[in-house]
Design a protein around this ligand. Structure first.
Ligand code: NAP
Length: 346
């Protein structure tokens, strides 16, 4: 049997931490050997520290693991971090310095110029930054890679398809983001029930900048960001899981509708363990995508695109959707780790 990598999860009791534990159960390449969270949880068996909120039972294999504080050393070689950004920066650096591969969901390092911001199907070559990072920061064998903001993941894939073939000029995006994106307990029920909230703290700047780094080109150890502007408005809506984005684009070339659909539909998937059969699923049913119906496509790893039409003001418009705690967080981080193994960086 091939080697299983030892995994530590930081923020293991939270919304994303629980999703990691669910997705890693019976994973052929990884075994959970350490769990860490705040002082509230440290010292307790996981079953006691964590109020499990996902469907199905908490996996037996983690119940008796004693939750530790978020400081190295932990018994692991890969760290999946789902910490609030307030503590992530210092903690993730400490683990990288201690020799761990740190794979982070938090926003702390995403835009640092020597840190890969990965969607494996789009920019696996950005892993070339790891060597630059290790040298610059004196990390030794440890390093940090990140996955994008959960709303950005929902629309960056169709943008990547269009940008590669036709060149993006400008993008306007309106996101409709699920409640679970705010963690647990998250948004108070009296604020979100029967309501739409036109503000998510700190979200619009992330949605306006991350795609340009993801679609950037790595040359001479640095990423030249893609040259288009994004204008974003972000809303919290009364949906439990699944972020929707309404997108309008102007393109440098002027393709036909058929060419646009074909380009989005044919964007290739990978063949890693957690890769979905289809990375982007194009749906021409007029009322889709919908969070309840489409968020679990490809085990939550597929991006669903629909409502694609020529627009009266922009060139094209479409609606896109992804599962925020799977493709938008834990599932993406696990895919990043599988990519690191595939590329022999781990
Ligand atoms: P959450 O449900 O609030 O969970 C936070 C976790 O971090 C818990 O395990 C908590 O431990 C721990 N924690 C909180 N404060 C801490 C501290 N001062 N020291 C040590 N541990 C601390 O949040 P979440 O939704 O899982 O989000 C975690 C991170 O992932 C955030 O950076 C978020 O932006 C990012 N993210 C979230 C999503 C999503 O859809 N939710 C998607 C993408 C990225 P205790 O239980 O012990 O308090």
């Amino acid at each position: 049997m091939s080697k299983k990598y030892r995994i530590g999860i930081l923020g293991a009791t939270g919304t994303v931490g629980q999703r990691f534990i669910q997705l890693l159960e019976n994973h052929p390449q990884f075994e959970i050997t350490a769990l860490a969270a705040s002082d509230r949880s440290a010292g307790k068996p996981y079953a006691e520290a964590c109020a499990w909120k996902l469907p199905g039972a908490m996996p037996e294999s983690v119940k008796q693991i004693i939750v530790e504080p978020i400081a190295p050393p932990l018994d692991c070689e890969i760290v999946f971090s789902s910490l609030p950004s307030s503590v992530a920066r210092e903690t993730e650096e400490a683990f990288a310095r201690a020799g761990c591969a740190v794979i982070s969901n938090s926003s702390s390092y995403r835009m640092d110029e020597d840190v890969p911001l990965l969607i494996p199907e789009i920019n696996a070559d950005h892993l070339g930054l790891i060597e630059v990072q290790q040298q610059k920061r004196g990390f030794g064998k440890g390093f940090i890679v990140t996955n994008p903001n959960c709303a950005v993941v929902s629309f960056a894939p169709p943008l990547a398809a269009l940008h590669r073939r036709f060149g993006l000029e400008s993008v306007v995006v309106t996101t409709l983001q699920a409640i679970s994106g705010a963690g647990y307990p998250g948004v108070p029920s009296l604020d979100i029930t029967d309501n739409v909230i036109p503000y998510i703290a700190g979200e619009e700047p992330k949605v306006e900048t991350e795609a340009q780094k993801i679609l950037g080109v790595l040359t001479n150890g640095a990423i030249e960001k893609a040259d288009f502007n994004v204008s974003a408005q972000c809303f919290r809506v009364h949906v439990i899981d699944g972020h929707t984005a309404s997108v309008r684009v102007n393109l440098k070339q002027k393709p036909t509708l058929e060419e646009v659909i074909e380009t989005i539909q044919s964007f290739p998937s990978l063949s890693l363990h957690s890769s979905p059969p289809r990375f982007i699923d194009f749906c021409d049913e007029p009322s889709r995508p919908q969070p309840r119906l489409d968020r679990d496509a490809g085990n939550g790893m597929t991006i669903t695109v629909g409502r694609l039409f020529p627009d009266n003001v922009f060139d094209y418009r479409f609606v896109t959707l992804s599962h925020n705690t799977v493709r938008g967080a834990a599932g993406s981080a696990i895919l990043n780790a599988e990519l690191l193994i595939d590329k022999k960086i781990l």
